[in-house]
Ligand binder design. Structure first.
Ligand SMILES: NC(=O)c1ccc[n+]([C@@H]2O[C@H](COP(=O)([O-])OP(=O)(O)OC[C@H]3O[C@@H](n4cnc5c(N)ncnc54)[C@H](O)[C@@H]3O)[C@@H](O)[C@H]2O)c1
Length: 391
């Protein structure tokens, strides 16, 4: 049995609920020792709800002698400051997406983590879920031959959403950064690094408040950056993928992630979830939904809460904790997080300049071992899926 990794969560908003529930109950490698946030009242409430012993300030967490790993669940525009503080204090860090809101900040943090010999893991960790790991296995075992092309699409009314989720009004809140990153992360986990990008884009409109109550703010605003991006990504493996992120439409999400190969077509489910169905299409054959080859399918076997649709978020933290103990690279590594950001920023840059952009960072993500499922013994044997995170 590995020694547990003493962990603190920073940021006690919406997404902290599923992280705290999962980190507290699901992964035997994690000792969830403390929570902290800008608001002490919010941290105290989460500590009570999820049974966490210590409430600390962010500075106390940085200065603590026993906390090894900090999970950063603050808004994207706060990530750089929190991650840098924790790395300088000698802590390993897991951060929600996106790593930072600029590529320069992300590069600086990657260099800092390397210099200090610390782990920096980055969401989305949905790429470690049953859906995307099954899709990866289908590709790795040659079920669709060589991937020649693909399509990735997501749409939302991001301006309306930013009324409810105030952090979406800041840097990193546009649809490509906030949600498109799940599609980029999924493509990277399936196809590897991107070689070149060409794109067109459009900004969000100025948003007049529509909700009667949310956040009480009646002054119009505009989400920064491009809220619509249409791009072609050329992957180093040779695949050409058309990407469309449209945040200037309605909240009737038409997510699509399809890869076309020389022998077959793979339709991959929602990469923002852990259980997106994976459908295989061959010529002249009925479509076939593949059985999941991996665990972490998002089905929560613990006491139900209102946040269970967020699935197995936190699995990347646990995988990184095992990597720390084993001294091996973690899968959702800092180079993956940097490459996600470089691709998003590259799409925006290409749209603005009309030029091809070539990301410079590279990363490697090994698949998880197959054959370990979440619901072993009807859901009571949670150690089964956790076994896949160890090596
Ligand atoms: N809301 C979602 O559906 C969702 C889903 C997946 C991922 N995420 C990601 O999770 C992160 C947090 O999202 P959220 O929805 O929980 O946001 P939120 O606004 O609900 O909560 C953010 C929390 O961070 C705290 N905070 C802000 N700046 C801080 C700082 N400098 N130091 C300490 N605490 C600070 C706030 O007080 C708040 O408790 C973001 O990166 C977001 O992209 C959100």
């Amino acid at each position: 049995m590995e020694r547990k990794v003493s962990t603190a969560v920073v940021g006690c908003g919406m997404i902290s609920n599923i992280y705290l529930k999962n980190l507290k109950n699901l992964f035997s490698i994690i000792d969830l020792a403390a929570v902290g946030s800008r608001s002490r009242a919010a941290a105290e409430e989460k500590a009570r709800t999820y049974g966490i012993d210590r409430v600390m300030t962010v500075d106390e967490i940085a200065a603590s002698g026993d906390i090894e790993l900090v999970v950063n669940l603050t808004p994207a525009f706060s990530h750089y400051d929190v991650i840098k503080k924790m790395l300088l204090a000698g802590k390993h860090v897991w951060t929600e997406k996106t790593m930072t809101v600029t590529v320069d900040q992300a590069r600086e943090l990657v260099e800092l983590a390397d210099k200090k010999g610390l782990y920096l893991g980055v969401a989305p960790d949905t790429v470690l879920g049953a859906g995307l790991q099954t899709a990866r296995r289908a590709i790795d075992t040659d079920m669709i031959g060589t991937v020649t092309s693909g399509v990735a699409v997501i749409n939302r009314d991001q301006a309306l959403n930013s009324e409810y989720f105030a952090f979406l009004r800041g840097d990193g809140g546009s649809l490509p950064y906030d949600v498109g990153v799940y599609y980029i992360g999924a493509l990277l986990s399936l196809l590897g690094p991107v070689k070149a990008i060409r794109a067109f884009g459009a900004p969000a409109p100025v948003h007049e408040p529509e909700f009667l109550y949310a956040n009480g703010d009646r002054v119009p605003w505009r989400i920064p950056g491009s809220n619509v991006l249409s791009a072609c990504l050329e992957f180093a493996c040779g695949a050409l993928v058309s990407v469309l992120f449209d945040g200037n439409t309605v909240n009737a999400s038409q997510h699509e992630l399809t890869l076309f190969g020389t022998r077959g077509v793979l339709k991959v489910g929602d990469p923002n979830a852990f259980n997106g169905p994976v459908t295989l299409l061959y010529a002249d054959q009925p479509a076939c939904v593949l059985p999941f080859t991996h665990g972490y399918d998002g089905a929560n076997t613990l006491e139900p809460t209102a946040f269970d649709h967020y699935g197995h978020r936190g699995v990347g933290v646990a995988e990184m904790a095992y990597a720390i103990r084993a001294g091996r690279p973690n899968r959702c590594c800092k180079e993956y997080g940097l490459h996600c950001l470089e691709v998003l920023a590259g799409m925006e840059q290409s749209a603005a300049t009309g030029k091809t952009v070539e990301p410079v960072s590279r990363f490697e993500m090994k698949p998880l071992a197959p054959g370990y499922y979440s619901a072993f013994m009807g859901g009571t044997g949670r150690a089964d899926a956790e076994r896949s995170l160890m090596d």
